[in-house]
Design a protein around this ligand. Structure first.
Ligand SMILES: NC(=O)CC[C@H](N)C(=O)O
Length: 203
């Protein structure tokens, strides 16, 4: 089977790490900066970084509406950390006017784990990821405060969802791209492949 083509939004954040993890998961990965590049993609990753900065750059580069359109059109998207915030329908403790792409029926709390533990690491069981627990790195991470019925929770810290899926959209509060364990990226590539299969079946 040919490799799915997966873009990584490359305005700010840890782009190279995602490209590496996607390539290791059997995808053809490319950096994306312009709306014209979205049309050729089978999937997209929104990296971690700073959601307010990425949001501002989305406006500057006229990417906000094109991204909303591809999400509404069913493109599989994986958002990690800041990427999860961008996919949310609303954010608590965001900056005023912070632009979101939306798509996931969730409200997230930005910088949710608080100052004293802004960054921490823990091992998590993630539904859909086989084998040992995933070592999860949280850096000023959000959590999911409210989720609609269509959202599957794949992992929690305490009772807070930190990995979720809604159809072709996947999001984690943590950074699977930073650990060298590419199983979450493999899960996303699987989602992309099965969406491609569905699309072919329909056409
Ligand atoms: N590591 C991250 O992506 C941090 C997210 C950041 N706190 C934000 O609001 O976007």
């Amino acid at each position: 089977m040919s490799s799915p083509r997966i873009g990584v939004l490359a305005l700010q954040g840890d782009v190279r790490e995602h490209v590496r993890a996607l390539t290791g998961s059997g995808a053809e990965a490319c950096e994306v900066r312009r709306a014209a590049e979205l049309g050729s993609l089978d999937g997209l990753v929104l990296p971690g970084g700073e959601s307010t900065t990425i949001g501002r750059l989305l406006r500057v580069f006229d990417l906000l509406d094109p991204l909303r359109a591809v999400v509404a059109g069913g493109l599989p998207v994986f958002g990690s950390c800041a990427g999860m915030i961008l996919l949310a329908r609303d954010v608590i403790d965001g900056r005023p006017d912070q632009p979101l792409i939306g798509g996931l029926d969730v409200v997230v709390r930005r910088n949710a784990f608080g100052r004293q533990v802004e960054s921490f690491e823990t091992d998590l069981a993630v539904a859909g990821v086989e084998g040992p627990a995933v070592h999860a790195v949280f850096i000023r991470a959000p959590w999911v405060e409210k989720a609609g019925d269509g959202v599957d929770v794949l992992a929690r810290v305490g009772d807070r969802p930190v990995a979720i899926r809604q159809g072709p959209l996947l999001a984690t509060s943590f950074h699977p791209e930073l650990t060298g364990d590419i199983r979450v990226h493999r899960l996303f590539v699987q989602i992309v492949r099965s969406e491609l299969g569905l699309k072919r079946g329909r056409s």
